[in-house]
Structure formats: C-alpha cells, structure tokens
Design a protein around this ligand. Structure first.
Ligand code: SF4
Ligand code: MG
Length: 315
C-alpha cells in the first residue's frame, strides 16, 4: 500500500544548560495505510520525541514529515490545524490529559467545535457515536466528569475524543502503560476494533515488546535517538539482525525494553549529551570491532523489508 506517513531524516534538537542535545537523529520510516507500526526502545531513546515531532509538538529541527503526500513541517498554522483532525495522538496518562472540570460530552466535542464541525444536533450525534464506539454509554457517560471514571475508562474517553474527528492516523504513545494489567488488553482490543472500523493506521510507541509483537505489522527499533532496525514484526522478533534488537528480543517473553536487556549489556545507557563516536551502540555491543568507534554504520536491507544499521550486516 501507499505510505500515509513518511518520516525522512528527522532530527530534533533541544537546548539544555550543557548545550544542544540531539534527541532524535536521522530517523526515517513509513506507516502505510491500514498499518500498525511499533516504535520501540528503552526510555530516553527518542521514541516519544519522534512521535510528537510528527505532530509538531514541538516541530522537528530538520528533516521532513509527509502525511498523505503533504509536507507537514512546512504547513502554515491554519493548514496544520485542518490537517490535525486527520492526524491525532493519544498519550500514556489518560487522566492528566483530560480536564477534570468538564463534562465528558464537552471534552469529546471540543475538537469538532474548534473546527466548526456542524450544528449542535450534529455535534451531539457524532459525540454519541464516538462514545458508543469506545464502549461508553453516551446517555450516562456524557454528562459525567473524568474524575468519576477509572484510568481505563479515561483512556476510552481520550480515544473517543480523537475518533470524533475521524482521523486517518493515530500516534499512540504508551497508551496502556499507565493502566492496570487487567485493563490493558481491553484497551488494546478496543484500539484494534476501532482501527478496523475507522480504517485507521497506528504508530504505536511502546516499551512492551509482547504488546508490540501482538498488534504491530512492522516494528522500528530505536537506540539513543537513531533507528537501528526496521522490519516486519515476526521477522524482527524471530531473526533480529541488529545486535541491540537481539539483546532486546532475548529478554522476551514479558520483556520490557525500558530496562537494560540481558547480562551482556550491563553498561549504562550513554547520555544523548555525549553519544559515543561511530556506532552509538558500540559501548554496549557484544560484537563491536575497531571500526565501530570511527564509522557510523549506514542502513542496509538485509532481507525483504528488513533494514539494519550495523557494520556486521554488510556480509
Ligand atoms: Fe555493534 Fe559495531 Fe554493529 Fe554497532 S556497528 S551494532 S557496535 S557491531
Ligand atoms: Mg516516552
């Protein structure tokens, strides 16, 4: 299928007291229509920053983001606002992303009202449909406030709030990580069902590899702000080609990529303030050779659709 989202050489810099940090460097990947792409890696690897930069929250420092063929980073504020209905994001902590003082129906209606989306009756009808689609009873839930709901129900409200705008792509940043384990599967099932009924594409940011394996068609592995491997999910889980991906996968099942994987990678995660020369992974890589300290590996296709940035992938 065609790429709905195309991220090319994305870079995000941010200023700190110690100088400018490049949190994301040379990141490229696509999300095809109807696809779910997982973005994985330890905390601090730049996956959330990448997701936010796609929506210009804040805008990337360099590189391009094409959404349905349109360069998002160059759009005027007005055109970006129009586009934002089609390109939405949900976050890790549903409770703090909802205004506790507003009624649920007003929260869900807000994006429509801002965009002048129809008269009062039409807005009410679309809000009711969105609430119904996420498994909340519009008649009773609409007049209540977020504090009356559990974390899982609040994430349903957040999903309704973006669905009402009929998006084409949702960036989901750790959407179940803050929820009880018993509720996580319900929200994942909900995402899968609305993905099908709304014809959505998802960029699914997560440190939980078992969740990613379960729901993603393809996976993008990040380390210290760079992409080290991209490929079809089953291929990457069964035949990981980058040494970092291998270390991550070794700790599956039940693995969480936000903790250092395996005994062979005990070294501390380097700071993005002072990344290693050459290959960023070399200070933790069990296979590093001299050349890894001086040359940045280029990305190569090692199997159909599987791309790896490692000198050893040349062979
Ligand atoms: Fe390891 Fe070298 Fe490959 Fe980097 S380029 S992952 S240090 S072998
Ligand atoms: Mg994050």
């Amino acid at each position: 299928g065609a790429a709905l989202l195309r991220v090319t050489d994305l870079e995000v810099d941010y200023p700190t007291k110690e100088g400018v940090v490049r949190a994301v460097s040379g990141v490229s990947f696509d999300v095809l229509r109807g696809e779910t792409v997982g973005l994985v890696g330890e905390s601090g690897c730049g996956k959330s920053t990448t997701g936010r930069a796609i929506l210009r929250l804040p805008a990337p420092s360099r590189g391009s983001v094409h959404f349905d063929g349109v360069e998002v980073t160059a759009l005027s504020f007005e055109r970006m606002r129009e586009l934002r209905g089609r390109l939405q994001m949900i976050f890790q902590d549903p409770i703090s992303s909802l205004n506790p003082r507003r009624r649920v129906r007003d929260i869900v209606a807000e994006g429509l009202v801002i965009r002048g989306g129809g008269g009062r009756a039409e807005v009410a009808e679309r809000v009711a449909k969105a609430l119904d689609d996420v498994g909340l009873d519009p008649a009773t839930a609409g007049s209540r406030r977020p504090s009356e709901f559990s974390g899982g129900q609040c994430q349903r409200i957040c999903i309704a709030r973006v669905l009402v705008l009929e998006p084409e792509l949702i960036v989901c940043d750790e959407p179940v990580s803050a929820l009880d384990v018993s509720v996580q599967a319900q929200i994942l099932n909900l995402l899968a069902s609305v993905k099908a009924s709304y014809g959505l594409s998802l960029l699914f940011i997560s440190h939980d590899l078992s969740v990613v394996r379960h729901i993603c068609d393809r996976v993008v592995v990040m380390y210290l702000g760079r992409v080290c491997e991209v490929g079809p999910t089953e291929r990457v889980f069964q035949r990981p080609a980058h040494p970092y991906t291998r270390l991550l996968m070794e700790s599956v099942p039940g693995a969480a990529a936000d903790r250092p994987p395996g005994d062979r990678a005990k070294a501390e995660l380097p700071s993005v303030l002072a990344p290693p020369s050459g290959c960023y992974f070399r200070t933790r890589c069990p296979l590093a050779v001299d050349r890894c300290a001086t040359e940045t590996p280029v990305t190569r296709e090692v199997a159909p659709g599987q791309y790896v940035a490692c000198h050893l992938a040349e062979a």
